[in-house]
Structure formats: C-alpha cells, structure tokens
Design a protein around this ligand. Structure first.
Ligand SMILES: *Cc1c(COP(=O)(O)O)cnc(C)c1O
Length: 386
C-alpha cells in the first residue's frame, strides 16, 4: 500500500522497537555491535560509520519523502555534495547554476578545481543554455531551484531533456538537484527525471535550527552503491542523536511547509504593496518571471522571500536593526523567521562585480519566513519599514 506524504513523513522507515515497543526509533548511541561469531553480524551493523539503526531509519524516511529507493544521510549538506563530487575523476566537467549556493561553489572552486575538475556556471532558467555549457567531459549537471538568494526557478524536467539530448558521453551525465529550498514536500526532482536529490537537512528538513546535516536520495542502484561506498570510505556521517532529531523533524515537515508557504505568500503580498520596497521576488507571485514553471513543478511556493529595499546600504542596515520578531541571522528553513542581507552576510565572499551581475544589490534582503502568526510578522516588517 502506498501512502501519502504526511503518513510517510510520520511512519516511513520506522516501526515500534521490536524489543520494547518504543514508538520512537531509539537513539542507538553505539559505535560498534557485538558479533555472535567472527564476521556474523546482525543485518548491516558492524560499525557505526558503516551503519547505525537510527541512521537507517532516517535514510529510509528521507528516501520515501523524495519518492526514491535509497537515502543516505551525512554530517552536513556540504559533505553530501562532496560525496557526489567524489564520484567524479580528474578531467571531468561540472555544469552548475550561476547563483548556486556559495558553499557548493566554494568546494568546486577551491577544493576540486585543484584536483583537476572543471566547471561552468550558467543561468539555468534558460534550459537550452545548459546544453550549450556542456562539453564531452561533462559528467555532472547540478541544479538548484529555487535559487539563493534570488529565488529563480529552474525547470528541472526541461534541463533533464536538454542533458539527455546532448552528444554522448555527456548525455549520460548525472543530473543532481539541490532541493534544500523547496524541501521534499514541495518538489520531488526524481519524478522529474533527476538522478540524485541533495538536501542540506540543516534547513527545512531539520526545521528547528538545531541540527547541521545533509542527505542524498536516488533510485539508481549503481549510483547508490557508489555513493554508499563513498559515504563509508570518506566517513562524513551524522551522529545517532542528530539522526533522531531529524526523524523527529520530518514528522511535521508537511505541516510546517504548509504554514511556511501560507505565511510567505502573505508577507510577499504585503511587501509588494509597500512604497519602500522596490521589487519582491517570490515564486508564488504572478510577477515572478518563472511563476508558471513554479506552479507546474512545485506543490507550493516555499517560505523564502527576497526583496529590494529602496535607498542604499544605510537604509537596509537601519531596517535590519529595527526588526524584532525576525532575527538577523544566516541560514533558513526553521520555524522562526530570519532575515539577512546577502551582500554583507551570506554572499560577502562573492566579489562585488559578480554580485552585481547576479542581481545581489546593496538593497537586497532575504527573508526566511517562519511559522509564527503572519499578522505579527507583517506588523514587525511594517514597523521596521518606516
Ligand atoms: C545550507 C545549504 C547548503 C549547505 O549545507 P550545510 O548543511 O550548511 O553544509 C547547500 N545548499 C543549499 C541550498 C543550502 O541552503
């Protein structure tokens, strides 16, 4: 029997503990397991870097939420991406979004480039441009949608079509999607043709700003085998306690996402009407350039809203200092509302001219709309926008 999202969120991968009936999967805080006889182990459990029952439950849960066959959990979103990059060889080439998450760009540019990996960044809202950026050596196409911080929407199915239409061997390139901003509740890239889905579980999957983690989900047996080998060989696995926290979080993912979407839409509409706000980017607004793609591809439009304040850097700074319910902080996806200034905070390491080319102006402000009462959030913004 196949269940729907909310039922899977609460039950997939988890059963009452066979020895006690405990309804929650225990935190198996153990590094090793007693063997009955040398080499005779229970299931996959011989050492906790290789496998741990709390992690097994989380991995099965995440796989179910993405509609995939195999899940793998990692110590951070970046270590999950690192695992994907480790499948590549020197001389291989990666195509990725122009405004890919800064840390994902950094690991390519500052770590893997030295080891012989090439890359090209491209605006993937133009799917045909992806094929144009591919070379005979392209082995990975890395999509992020919605993007950060401009919330551009990439048509995943269209990019997959372009990649598969390319010349061999590049057409066999792995298509990966960083699904962090959407969460599995709003978008399932595997069903749109992607080979692997990536998450920073630090964000919506965790949802409470108390865990750093990452995940990969795929239905491809060969790719899973390689990734699983690397997960153990490289060893960036999450602790049993973090796995427990994430299992606790995914049980409410669907409920939280509904409220994130509802609140973000209200906040976006309020901001779009405000005289001090120049432009609002929210995939749910008809004014968003890829609104039609978002409608087709996503179940809801998410909790992230980006706006451009009129005035300069000082006006932006004053506004950010005046908010009270929103916290001035990096990261996103938690139940509490956060606000940040990309040019000063998350994207400060991007050179000013590159920031300008990406549209990250001094007035740009990014909101992670939480699940508080929308009226209080809007009141807070109204008060700060004087
Ligand atoms: C935060 C984030 C990451 C990195 O994940 P960490 O858990 O911080 O390592 C990758 N991609 C996106 C879109 C993110 O927001």
């Amino acid at each position: 029997m196949t269940h729907r999202f909310g039922t899977l969120a609460i039950h997939a991968g988890q059963e009452p503990d066979p020895t006690t009936g405990a309804i929650m999967t225990p935190i198996y805080q153990t590094s090793t397991y007693a063997q009955e006889s040398p080499g005779v182990i229970k299931g996959p459990y011989d050492y906790s870097r290789s496998a741990n029952p709390t992690r097994t439950a989380l991995e099965a849960n995440l796989a179910a939420l993405e509609g995939g066959r195999f899940g793998l959990a990692f110590a951070s979103g970046l270590s999950a991406f690192d695992c994907v990059l480790h499948t590549l060889n020197a001389g291989d080439h990666v195509v990725l979004c122009d405004d890919v998450y800064g840390g994902s760009f950094r690991i390519l540019d500052k770590v893997y480039k030295q080891m012989g990996l090439g890359y090209t960044r491209v605006d993937m809202t133009d799917a045909a441009a992806v094929r144009g950026a591919m070379t005979a050596a392209t082995r990975l196409v890395w999509i992020e949608t919605p993007t950060n911080p401009l919330l551009k929407i990439v048509d995943i199915a269209a990019v997959v079509r372009e990649v598969r239409a390319g010349g061999t061997p590049a057409r066999q390139a792995v298509v990966g999607v960083d699904n962090t901003f959407a969460s599995p509740y709003l978008q399932n890239p595997l069903s749109l043709g992607a080979d692997v889905v990536h998450h920073s579980s630090t964000k919506y999957l965790g949802g409470h700003s108390d865990v750093v983690g990452g995940a990969l989900v795929t239905s491809d047996e060969g790719l899973h085998a390689r990734l699983k080998f690397l997960q153990n060989a490289v060893g960036a696995v999450p602790s049993p306690h973090d796995c427990f926290l994430l299992l606790r979080s995914t049980k409410t993912l669907h409920v939280r996402m509904e409220r994130h979407c509802e609140n973000a839409m209200k906040v976006a509409r309020f901001l779009a009407e405000h005289p001090r706000v120049g432009r609002v980017s929210y995939p749910g607004l008809a004014s968003h350039p890829q609104h039609a793609v978002a409608r087709r591809q996503m179940r809801g439009f998410g909790g992230m809203v980006t706006m451009v304040l009129r005035g300069g850097l000082d006006d932006a700074r004053r506004f950010l200092e005046r908010v009270r319910v929103f916290s001035l902080a990096e990261s996103l996806g938690g139940v509490e509302s956060l606000i940040e200034h990309p040019a000063i905070m998350t994207h400060a390491s991007v050179p000013a001219d590159a920031r300008a080319a990406l549209g990250i102006s001094d007035g740009l402000v990014r909101l992670s709309v939480g699940i508080e009462d929308a009226e209080d959030l809007i009141e807070d913004l109204r008060r700060a926008l004087v």
